[in-house]
Design a protein around this ligand. Structure first.
Ligand SMILES: Cc1cc2nc3c(=O)[nH]c(=O)nc-3n(C[C@H](O)[C@H](O)[C@H](O)COP(=O)(O)O)c2cc1C
Length: 201
């Protein structure tokens, strides 16, 4: 249980932060997020959706300035709209990253935030230690693609990051999702997204 978990009526309210990496506000990623959120809320979870593609950035991703490693706080030194999102990642119980498959990888829009998670770790190379407030949380990947090829490659960095960080991991990967918006006609995939939200909410 994290410090920010709330107890209501004997049940812990889960806080879920969903970060969309799609540039489409009504595309396949959003359709899957919508169903996931409905499922999670049906179980009382608190959800917030952030669109990485529409944040105002002062840098094109992590600049490797390492200022975060010299500070006691787990915070990024770049003062832009991504900074509070990173802080929220440290505060919630579950982080969902949702992305279309772009050339067998996550979208660049999602990667802009993903690399700045560097600020959520403290490394002591002499002592060979790493600490992160992400430990004990859950990371979920929601990915969709026009075809099938490459969804395993998409999943790998998220799964390995979760393992590295002491987080549990699961994913919902949707092949044959079609072009943006087509997945709204695929009731089976929408149901899977809803059920996943319900399961973890
Ligand atoms: C720039 C770009 C690259 C893409 N690369 C792939 C790909 O490598 N493999 C694939 O199956 N689909 C690919 N797609 C299709 C999208 O992954 C797929 O339609 C996805 O469900 C769209 O989600 P969205 O509506 O949220 O953007 C690509 C689409 C775009 C625009």
């Amino acid at each position: 249980m994290t410090a920010l978990d709330k107890i209501s009526g004997g049940k812990m309210t889960k806080k879920i932060l969903i970060i969309s990496g799609s540039p489409k506000k009504d595309g396949n990623t959003q359709a899957l997020i919508d169903e996931f959120v409905k499922g999670a809320r049906s179980k009382g979870a608190e959800t917030e959706v952030i669109h990485a593609a529409f944040l105002k950035y002062k840098a094109n991703g992590c600049t490797s300035c390492r200022a975060c490693q010299k500070s006691d706080k787990y915070e990024c030194a770049i003062n832009d709209e991504a900074k509070p999102v990173l802080k929220k990642m440290a505060d919630v119980d579950i982080i969902v990253m949702a992305t279309p498959l772009y050339f067998f990888a996550a979208s660049a829009q999602l990667k802009l935030i993903f690399d700045r998670m560097f600020s959520l770790y403290k490394w002591d190379n002499e002592a060979d230690t790493m600490e992160t407030p992400l430990k004990g949380k859950e990371l979920i990947l929601i990915g969709s693609a026009y075809e099938k090829t490459g969804l395993d490659a998409l999943e790998a960095p998220f799964r390995i990051t979760a393992e590295y960080s002491g987080m549990t991991f699961r994913s919902l990967l949707v092949p044959d999702a079609g072009e943006s918006g087509d997945v709204r006609k695929k009731t089976g995939d929408l149901k899977h997204a809803y059920e996943l939200g319900k399961e973890i909410g």
